[in-house]
Design a protein around this ligand. Structure first.
Ligand code: ADP
Ligand code: ASP
Ligand code: MG
Length: 414
């Protein structure tokens, strides 16, 4: 007997027939003698619909009330799923985040899970029930307020639950067959990876591959949770996310990712003095805005330019805060561009190979795509480009690195 956590995403439960089909799938697993915890997302499009409703009544909805509203999406799917399960003779029992012991901090809209108190889930499993947990939501451990974990957060609920229960595996069921070399909806030739390391998956997720929420990968790596990403609609094996030692053959580049959800901000003419960067970024971080890709050049004539990206959803807020900061520190002006995209190549093999970045720049140049900023780490290279070239850039990079074939160009070619 195994203890299995299964998470089904929005498209997997995006209609009553799909919910029935998933209930049947879970029934087969439970009847084979396994203990099963199911984590569900809201039905496809529901979270967006709720967001639009809130924005219709207020341009900047209160964050606490927004979480109360958004949490209803997952509440609907767990209840409907259990009702559908009962119709096929499966003893399923729904739990909302707070009932399942998902305790978080107080950051509405992007709360972090602090603790999972899985007592009730264990009790229900011991009674022979299938436990169906609402993804994406928790409860502030201090105030008792409802919180949500950020878009895509049901993956994190599932992995946190799997870690707390010491589950044998956490299966993430979605609308693609696993983790691919890039988004298969953009590049049909993308290749499914049999295995990917936590580290590469962490980079892929943080660089925009939404197949797994980044925090779910962080949890998995920390607690050694085995993740199996696979399709709800086929029985084929998907991708296992595993420690680096378990990767058999290491390619130089394992994937290409893109992110259209960021905006670029440049502060021009920043005085080159100690403490200025702190003055710029403290109000931003106090507002809970996560900054990425910070670039500062050496100063010319005692001033420099500071460029960074923020999530598009925080762009207006950041621009507002920075116009005040800009005058305080005596900078020249703040420029912003929300129509950008970040394209990235990721691969652990990059550590030992030269020339990967220049090959990337060449592939973009051959398509006439201008690079606005460049950012590298040990296992990734990211370029910010004009948003309208995203798909073209992703296809060009996928091709340049021969990812469809799984063949890496010989080291001397790159
Ligand atoms: P769910 O609703 O099941 O959580 P998501 O839409 O959040 O599903 O994530 C699955 C989607 O992730 C796929 O439909 C695909 O478009 C996208 N995706 C982006 N990059 C990748 C990748 N490298 N491999 C697989 N899917 C990817
Ligand atoms: N329903 C939430 C969203 O659409 C959480 C999730 O699906 O993971 O982002
Ligand atoms: Mg998702």
């Amino acid at each position: 007997m195994a203890l299995i956590v299964q998470k089904y995403g929005g498209t997997s439960v995006g209609g009553l027939n799909r919910i029935r089909r998933v209930a049947q799938k879970v029934k087969t697993l439970a009847e084979a003698g396994n203990q099963v915890v199911v984590v569900l997302s809201a039905m496809a499009g529901e979270t967006d619909r709720l967001l639009r409703l809130a924005q219709e009544v207020h341009p900047d909805p209160d964050e606490r009330e927004l979480d109360v509203l958004l949490a209803t999406g997952e509440q609907q799917s767990v209840a409907l799923f259990c009702i559908a399960s009962h119709a096929v003779g499966l003893d399923a029992h729904s739990l909302l985040g707070f009932q399942a012991g998902l305790l978080t901090n107080h950051r509405y809209g992007k709360a972090r899970i602090e603790l999972v108190d899985a007592l009730r889930v264990h009790e229900l499993l011991d009674q022979g029930k299938v436990v169906v947990v609402a993804g994406f939501q928790g409860v502030d451990e201090d105030t008792g307020d409802l919180t949500t974990l950020g878009r895509g957060g049901s993956d994190t609920t599932a992995v946190a639950m799997a870690a707390a229960l010491k589950a044998d595996v956490c299966e993430i069921y979605t609308d693609v067959e696993g983790v691919f070399t890039t988004d298969p909806n953009i590049v049909p030739e993308a290749r499914k990876l049999e295995r990917i390391s936590y580290e590469e998956m962490l980079e892929m997720a943080s660089l925009g591959a939404k197949v797994l929420d980044i925090r779910s990968v962080e949890f998995a790596a920390k607690f050694g949770v085995r993740i199996h990403v696979r399709s709800t609609f086929t029985d084929r094996e998907g991708t296992m996310v595993v420690p680096e030692e378990q990767i058999k053959e290491q390619l130089i580049i394992s994937g290409v990712a893109y992110n259209k959800n960021e905006a670029r901000i440049t502060i021009k003419g920043v005085p080159d003095q100690p403490g200025v960067a702190r003055k710029v970024f403290t109000p931003i971080s106090n507002a809970g805005i996560v900054v990425d890709v910070i670039i500062q050049n050496t100063s010319v004539d005692g001033t420099t330019d500071l460029t960074f990206t923020v999530p598009k959803t925080d762009y207006k807020k950041a621009m507002g805060l920075l116009s005040t900061v800009c005058s305080e520190i005596g900078a020249k002006e703040v420029l912003g561009d929300p129509n950008i995209a970040k394209v990235s190549i990721i691969g652990i093999g990059m550590r030992n190979h030269a020339g990967v970045a220049s090959k990337m720049f060449g592939a973009l140049a051959d398509e006439g795509i201008n690079i606005q900023t460049i950012n590298t780490s040990e296992i990734k290279v990211s370029c910010v480009i004009d948003e309208k070239y995203t798909e073209l850039a992703v296809r060009a990079l996928h091709k340049a690195f021969g990812l469809a074939e799984g063949l890496e160009p010989a080291a001397e070619d790159i």
